[in-house]
Design a binder for this molecule. Structure first.
Ligand SMILES: Cc1cc2nc3c(=O)[nH]c(=O)nc-3n(C[C@H](O)[C@H](O)[C@H](O)COP(=O)(O)O)c2cc1C
Length: 191
């Protein structure tokens, strides 16, 4: 176990898929807000838009819209996966953060990826659990897209990119199996 606090947080983060029925404190929310403000973006454009959704009814409505879209598409695989885990695709988290960006920015997805992992690590560092939720994208593309965009306050010129559910963990999880072979070192051959 490393004594470096950042590396420890990186190592200990997991995707949490069950949360306590407990609201976040103002202090916890403020710390997550501060983490967002520190996120780097290409050319420092800072175009990402974040919605901190703390209303359980809205979170549930977005989850239902995703399930409805999968039903309409006949995506039984996704529906089975959801059903085996929880009634909500956000696992009962008290906070859902959506990250969106203006269409056409070449680096939006990279920026949003950095932002969502920053939030996951910030949550871990203050004793909260999180799960990155890409599946939510279906709510913002299907028949319920207009309604869900309104519910999530996504600006009209922006597209949803990714979301993250955050709350007090009600479960623990083993680390994912790592793939050391994915890493190649390229060294100066004359050394
Ligand atoms: C871009 C992205 C999208 C993801 N979308 C979902 C999702 O919709 N639902 C879910 O339960 N987990 C989702 N995850 C979590 C992954 O399944 C998880 O990170 C992976 O299984 C490794 O487990 P770990 O996070 O505990 O290390 C997503 C992760 C990433 C990076």
């Amino acid at each position: 176990m490393t004594s470096n606090s950042v590396l420890r947080v990186i190592d200990e983060r997991r995707s949490i898929r069950a949360f306590e029925n407990k609201e976040l404190s103002q202090d916890e929310i403020e710390q997550l807000r501060q983490a967002v403000l520190a996120v780097p973006t290409a050319m420092n454009l800072q175009e990402l838009k974040y919605s901190f959704i703390l209303d359980q009814n809205i979170i549930e409505e977005i989850s239902q819209a995703v399930i409805k879209t999968f039903e309409q598409e006949g995506n039984t695989e996704a529906l089975e996966r959801i059903k085996s885990r929880h009634t909500s695709i956000f696992y009962g988290a008290p906070l859902l953060i959506t990250i969106s960006a203006p269409e056409g920015n070449h680096y939006s997805e990279v920026n949003a990826g950095i932002a969502v992992q920053t939030l996951a690590l910030a949550a871990q560092s203050i004793g909260l659990g999180s799960c990155i939720i890409g599946m939510a994208r279906s709510a913002f593309a299907g028949s319920k897209a207009k309604k869900c965009r309104e519910l999530a306050s996504i600006p009209s010129d922006c597209e949803f990119i990714i979301s993250i559910a955050i709350g007090h963990s009600a479960t623990s999880k083993e680390p994912h199996e790592s793939q050391p072979d994915n890493i190649t070192f390229v060294r100066n051959s004359s050394n």
